[in-house]
Design a protein around this ligand. Structure first.
Ligand SMILES: Nc1ncnc2c1ncn2[C@@H]1O[C@H](COP(=O)(O)OP(=O)(O)O)[C@@H](O)[C@H]1O
Ligand SMILES: [Mg+2]
Length: 259
């Protein structure tokens, strides 16, 4: 199954959630792939560390290849890199993705990612797709390629209001391109149980009937260390409260999709 993590806003936790959930899937023995569509490459960096820098083949080459007809194109498998963790692979990002966007858009390459990931259906139990903080060619490609969508939410009042247009955008892509896409739910991130405002904002979402997932993910300084060491929480400190919350969220999602 293919799960996209999407929110037009930056800094809400997309990359952190993608990598931590993917690391748990892999740790539980599922063949797992992370596709990093953000030119910033935070997920690539988080999972591959310095070995993710200066890679010869990245997603930029994959998309570039769709623009330049070749007699012997590289197979999709050739754009995949193994992470240091068993069962966990990465399709790495590259800053060059930024410059390719205009051409890809104007030449209708929006289904190329879906086609490529469909070829990998037998190789992976679950594919996580991390997206840039925008509604652009890459996020649309991802929403078209995915079976389900997770929306991280940072408990901010401004973000709450932005959620409605975000959901509409997803529903439009659903209607136009991907009837099978399901909105799995909103992931509450950096939740501070002792502060009043986050509680109120999340309660409003629930009262309005939005699909808020439990458990909520708490804020922890440990995440900084996790990124710095390129070790997702399940490997850095599996007994940590936040690591346990990621596991509980992962297992909750796996109840629906088996992964
Ligand atoms: N649960 C958390 N607790 C504390 N910091 C977090 C948590 N989740 C994410 N962060 C931090 O918030 C920042 C944004 O997270 P990131 O995953 O990069 O968001 P996005 O991909 O949406 O831009 C990063 O510095 C990250 O380390
Ligand atoms: Mg990110």
């Amino acid at each position: 199954m293919r799960r996209v993590v999407f929110n037009q806003k930056g800094g809400v936790g997309k990359s952190t959630i993608t990598c931590n959930l993917a690391a748990i899937s892999a740790h539980q023995g599922k063949r797992t792939l992370v596709v990093d569509l953000d030119p910033q490459g935070n997920s690539t960096q988080y999972l591959l560390g310095i070995s993710g820098e200066n890679l010869e083949t990245t997603l930029a080459d994959f998309f570039d290849q769709t623009l330049n007809f070749k007699l012997n194109p590289k197979k999709i498998e050739e754009f995949i890199v193994a992470s240091p963790f068993p069962n966990l692979d990465v399709m790495p990002s590259h800053p060059g993705l930024e410059d390719l966007q205009g051409k890809l858009e104007s030449r209708y390459k929006i289904y190329k990612l879906r086609d490529a990931l469909t070829e990998l259906a037998d190789d992976y139990d679950v594919i996580y797709i991390d997206t840039p903080p925008a509604l652009n060619f890459y996020t649309r490609s991802a929403l078209i390629a995915a079976d389900s969508c997770l929306i991280p939410f940072d408990c901010d009042e401004f973000s709450r209001r932005a959620l409605y247009s975000l959901m509409e955008n997803v529903q439009e892509i659903q209607a136009d391109h991907n009837r099978d896409l399901s909105i799995e739910g909103i992931v509450v991130n950096q939740f501070q149980a002792r502060a009043g405002l986050p509680q109120k904002v999340v309660q409003e979402l629930i009262d309005e009937g939005l699909p808020v997932l439990a458990p909520y993910l708490s804020a922890s300084v440990k995440i900084k260390e996790s990124h710095e060491q390129s070790r997702p929480m399940i490997h850095l400190d599996p007994k940590h409260k936040l690591a346990q919350e990621y596991v509980a969220l992962h297992d909750r999602l796996a109840r629906t999709y088996g992964a």
